[in-house]
Design a protein around this ligand. Structure first.
Ligand code: UD1
Length: 444
């Protein structure tokens, strides 16, 4: 397993280009299952481990993914799909694999998907997905760790989510797209990645409309034409670089972003003292301040502060001038990074779903271990701000799941950061091939 070695204490300065959104790419790629075409085209897809996993999954179903000559463009032929199973090996590495349930059921009236099980940040069941598919007329059976879903036909229904679920909303939208009649989703999730998927589907002939902020109406259509879409920018990658500028007291210009999707992050970083200068709807400059003010943060579904930015903001708050409370309200166990931040000198106490962070004068480099995707980002940020000694972040396969070329982007901004390959003699894992842990590989 690769590690990241960071010599911190330097401000990050320069320009960074933000990649396409992971969480929008995943449902849009799987939605290609519902299209007949041999040349479904998706642009601005980031080069990430999670994208490789979803491509593997589609190929295992019988899809063909062609090289386009452009690194971030996928051309997908789904006309020969002949398998409807998402196996344990793929679902265990990425729980978003459950997104194939909706499109497989819509198009082929059957799907068999390994149950994702728990993950590093919480139990994360898929009961909302399954209950909604039942309401659309599907039979759902759980056996030997797999869920089998099948139907003669799907019929529109009213679905009321107990709490908003991002992939749950996406699965139901896809299942309802080719169903008979109208489906209404109430208490639907409002994340922009869902609307990006809706745009992609509508451009291919679907009839889906967000009629109120949390209500989505889907008029079933008989068939879809060609999928042709450019994925929106990754707001969490953007937020991570914004926090990187603030924590290193740097000055970063971010381009290829969607500013309107970053309101809550801009608000909290500004409260913390960073200067956010918006240049256009797709670019901004973030200047860190000498003094980082402490701000309370409370995560909630979009448009509120994203849980996927909680760990990075916590890293920032470890160097703040006072005391703050960070409440995690989306996942029950999303504080795994706390113990690692403490190893770097942070002063944090956990009480249920609250973390009380008292700003420290400085962080100092140490060996730390990534536990999930965003936790890894927070450790990299803390390492960049550690003013004495090297920080080594191990298990960065978590980081590779969701950040495209992160060390290169950071190095281009002046960070002293390098990847130690597993094959490198400096890597402990290289010396001990038994050192492997996939048990906590699933995360957001
Ligand atoms: C998605 C994002 C993830 C983000 C999360 C919350 C993708 C691929 N992943 O994950 O990055 O952190 O939204 O913004 O888009 N729940 C249930 N039963 C269900 C479904 C969800 O109890 O059937 C609960 C979850 O345990 C969690 C909450 O609902 O407490 C919200 O989860 P959800 O929005 O579904 O997260 P994901 O879609 O898995």
């Amino acid at each position: 397993m690769d590690k990241m070695v960071i010599e911190g204490g330097f401000p990050l300065v320069g320009e960074v280009s933000i990649s396409g959104s992971k969480n929008a790419s995943l449902p849009i790629i799987v939605s290609s299952i519902m299209f007949d075409g041999s040349d479904n085209e998706i642009d601005n897809v980031p080069d990430l481990e999670d994208i490789k996993t979803i491509k593997k999954l589609l190929i295992s179903l019988g899809a063909e993914i062609k090289e386009s000559g452009q690194a971030d463009k996928l051309i997908i032929n789904t006309s020969n799909i002949n398998n409807y199973d998402a196996p344990y090996d793929l679902v265990k590495t990425m729980r978003a694999s459950v997104l194939v349930l909706g499109p497989l059921l819509a198009k082929y009236k059957r799907a068999r998907v390994s149950l994702p099980g728990g993950c590093a940040i919480g139990a994360r069941p898929i009961d909302f997905h399954l209950n909604a598919l039942k309401l659309l007329g599907a039979t759902v059976e759980v056996d030997h760790g797999y869920v089998d879903v099948y139907a003669d036909k799907l019929k529109g229904a009213v679905i009321n989510f107990p709490i908003p679920s991002v992939t749950g909303t996406e699965n139901v939208i896809m299942a309802a797209t080719l169903a008979e009649g109208t489906t209404i989703i109430k208490n639907a999730a409002r994340e922009p990645e869902i609307d990006d998927m809706i745009t992609a589907l509508n451009n291919g002939g679907a009839e889906i409309k967000r009629t109120e902020p949390a209500v989505i109406a889907i008029n079933g259509v008989k068939k879809l034409k060609r999928l042709c879409h450019r994925v929106l920018p990754d707001r969490i990658e953007a937020g991570t670089f914004m926090a990187a500028s603030a924590i290193t007291k740097g000055d970063i210009f971010l381009k290829n972003i969607n500013v309107s999707h970053l309101k809550s992050v801009i608000e909290k970083l500004s409260e913390a003292g960073a200067r956010v200068i918006i240049n256009s709807s797709s670019s901004m400059r973030v200047k860190g301040s000498k003094v980082i003010k402490s701000v309370d943060i409370s995560t909630s579904p979009y448009p509120d502060f994203p849980t996927d930015m909680q760990a990075q903001m916590m890293a920032l708050m470890t160097l703040s001038s006072g005391l703050c409370v960070i409440s995690e309200n989306v996942f029950e166990n999303r504080f795994m990074h706390v113990a690692e931040l403490i190893r770097l000198g942070a002063n944090i106490k956990i009480r249920n779903n609250f973390a009380i962070v008292k700003g420290a004068k400085k962080l100092s480099g140490a060996e730390v271990m990534a536990t999930d995707l965003r936790a890894s980002a927070s450790l990299v940020l803390a390492g960049l701000a550690s003013s004495d000694g090297l920080t080594t972040v191990s298990r960065i396969y978590h980081l590779d799941r969701g950040y495209e070329k992160m060390e290169k982007k950071l190095a281009d901004l002046g960070a002293i950061i390098s990847r130690v390959k597993a094959s490198d003699p400096l890597s402990a894992e290289a010396e001990n091939p038994d050192f492997n842990d996939t048990a906590c590989s699933k995360s957001a």
